[in-house]
Design a protein around this ligand. Structure first.
Ligand SMILES: *Cc1c(COP(=O)(O)O)cnc(C)c1O
Length: 324
């Protein structure tokens, strides 16, 4: 049950987002793999958002949100708190739309991520994760500077933007039986559900969380949003503690199932992508394939979509994960 009175986004919002993103976001390729098809006895279609701008699908939602700012909001600019792909997405979208961006990041965030975010022209404000409250800092800065805070998943325009990846996939591969989607706070999954239900109503949509961070699975079982402790998992893009009220409402209405996979299964999927498909996929981006392999669903003879959500992982970390 949603307590938010804002109307939920619909497929029409995904279509409008796709128009805004036309010529701005990459139309990412859909890859196939005979090796994996043979292993699973199915036909797999990989939507490669690791090859999206900033290296993850989050560019779609961020740009769709910022492109709809009023002239007043544009002047103030966009603000986000994140150390991950959402930060870079907001920074790049703001740069393209010629507005200021401010990102609130923990002071111990990877130097490469801070540098990338600054590289897109955003200002970075750091805070101490152990002693300071980032939301309080972000809200204070937003008020002081007249900036608009864009959350990473629980936002209509963000959800609609994320849905455009699966819209593209289904336009290219119309008759999928199953679709596996990586799941953190649920922006990508809820947008994907809007697109899949409209374009391929027969397609079963499966969300995939890390085993240690199954807040959405627990929330679905309880029938209300359940908040968990920050999970320990290598899937750093899915370390959310709870879905949002908008994302949870859409997921609760529409999802077929939410599955979980463990870190070892994620590493195995990352290795497969690198070795066999020659692509770098970050741990969180490997959730979907790991569940297709280990989730126990009857995929034999089926056509299966796999959303690869992102590819941002330091090469040193990538190497050390694969060598463990
Ligand atoms: C943010 C992110 C996710 C999770 O997306 P949600 O919309 O929060 O569910 C998955 N994979 C990658 C690579 C991400 O950056």
């Amino acid at each position: 049950m949603s307590t938010n009175t804002a109307p939920l986004p619909t497929y029409d919002d995904v279509v409008a987002a796709a128009q805004r993103l036309q010529g701005v976001a990459h139309r990412t390729p859909v890859l196939t793999s005979r090796t994996m098809d043979e292993q699973l006895g199915a036909r797999l279609f990989f939507k490669c958002e690791n090859l999206q701008r900033i290296g993850a699908f989050k560019f779609r939602g961020a740009y769709n949100a910022l492109a709809q700012f009023t002239p007043e909001q544009r002047k103030g600019g966009a603000l986000a708190f994140s150390s991950g792909n959402h930060a870079q997405a907001i920074a790049q979208a703001a740069q393209l739309l010629d507005m200021p961006a401010l990102i609130v990041m923990p002071e111990d965030a990877p130097a490469s991520k801070m540098a990338a975010t600054r590289g897109y022209g955003a200002q970075v404000v750091t805070y101490n994760r152990f002693t300071e409250d980032r939301e309080a800092i972000a809200h204070k800065l937003a008020t002081e500077r007249g900036m608009t805070l864009i959350p990473p998943y629980n936002h209509r325009d963000v959800i609609a933007g994320q849905g455009t990846a699966v819209k593209e996939l289904l336009e290219e591969v119309p008759d999928l039986d199953y679709l596996f989607v990586c799941l953190g706070g649920g922006g990508l999954l809820s947008g994907s559900l809007l697109a899949a239900n409209a374009l391929a109503p027969q397609c079963k949509v499966i969300g995939v969380e890390p085993e240690a961070g199954n807040d959405v699975q627990q929330s679905l079982r309880a029938g209300h949003i359940v908040k968990i402790d920050t999970p320990r998992t290598i899937a750093d893009g899915a370390q959310t503690q709870a879905p949002g009220d908008l994302t949870f409402a859409i997921i609760q209405q529409r999802v077929n199932e939410v599955l979980t996979v463990n870190d070892e299964q994620l590493v195995q999927a990352m290795r497969f992508y690198a070795e066999r498909m020659k692509i770098v996929v970050e741990p969180t981006g490997s959730l979907s394939l790991a569940a297709a392999i280990h989730g126990g669903l009857p995929l034999k003879g089926k056509r299966v979509g796999i959303v690869i959500s992102g590819g941002n992982v330091d090469l040193e970390r990538f190497a050390s994960l694969l060598s463990e």
